[in-house]
Design a protein around this ligand. Sequence first.
Ligand code: ATP
Ligand code: MG
Length: 386
Amino acid sequence: MLGLARLNLKISLLVLAPILGVVLGWSYLPHFVFVLLVACAAIAALSVTLGRDAWRQSHQAAAPLPTAKAAPQPRVRRAEARAAKRGEVLLSPDATVTLSDERATAGVDDVFTSLDNELVGLLPVKRKVEEIASLLLVDRVRQRFGLSAPRPNLHMCFTGDPGTGKTTVALRMAELLHRLGYLEKGHLVHVMRDDLVGEFIGQTAPKTKRVLDRAMGGVLFIDEAYYLYRASDSKDYGQECIDILLQVMENDRDKLVVIMAGYKDRMDGFFESNPGMSSRIAHHIDFAPYQLDELVAIGRGMLDQSSYYLSDDAEAAFREYLTIRMDQPRFANARSVRNELERARLRHAHRLASEPQLDRSRDDLMRLESADILTSPIFSLLGIDE
Ligand SMILES: Nc1ncnc2c1ncn2[C@@H]1O[C@H](COP(=O)(O)OP(=O)(O)OP(=O)(O)O)[C@@H](O)[C@H]1O
Ligand SMILES: [Mg+2]
């Protein structure tokens, strides 16, 4: 009862006070001042009301959902979280899956098809890539069942002579790791010593960190990695770079894959001097030099991609060319094949252009003749042709 009386008194005061104010103001103040005061009061009241509504709305949006407040969230396990990140629903324990479906969903088969079509031979390399893909595929299915396992270490070392396909396979590997959900972006950052190591004190750490930042989420491909370490030079900053790399390869292995590449014997020497680095590389893949038949097949594939082909005589000449070239210094396997075929295209174009009055068919424009190969200086023993 007492509460009700108090409430009535408050309401009466709230109603009476403004009326009394209006009457007194109208009686004692000049009229234009009175109108001004009423307008200011109205504007102030309006802005307070609108401001309060906006504040209330923003707080409602930011506030956690009522369910989250009611029950503390259980800890989501890492495997479940990774599957959820890919937008997959967790499977029940008695469900079954086929790995072929899983491969198709991940789009892995496309990568293998382009690896097969693009690269002649390299069977041991392709088998190793397939093994790594299988491991990640099984890991991915396990995550869908909520089975957790530590992420495999996928830092690698590609050894082999120049032009044996190391960079090309690394690009495909980055794409594969991305499709299988191991890497977030799947790009490749190609660097050499100069991109990582500074010449003066204080330059190396920021340089290396900038490169690492760029490579995060993808593959860091360090070409001729042995140049990072110079045993003979005690003032060399390469060791500082190696130390940073070692740390990141250990701590950020789920965000970055490091692939080191170079000649096999020099890489072996590098690992002997840096056992820490050796123990962080899980996969060593050796790229063997190509045999003559493989080089010819690589050449055929390259020409086919650009709508050219070798006549029978031209292919025989090209074999002869490669036989000589393989024994020369600075032979770079498939790269030497590409370079020679580009020169052959130049000679072909020059041959056609030197007789401009003749009719030329579509086939004439596609076919390389033996003359386009045999005019290489290599046959006149003028020296190295690259
Ligand atoms: N097996 C192959 N089949 C077809 N083309 C190939 C093959 N291997 C390499 N190539 C081609 O040869 C060229 C050189 O290959 P790549 O750059 O991958 O070699 P690399 O081993 O990285 O060489 P380097 O050690 O000199 O850096 C590329 O154009 C690539 O497409
Ligand atoms: Mg390369």
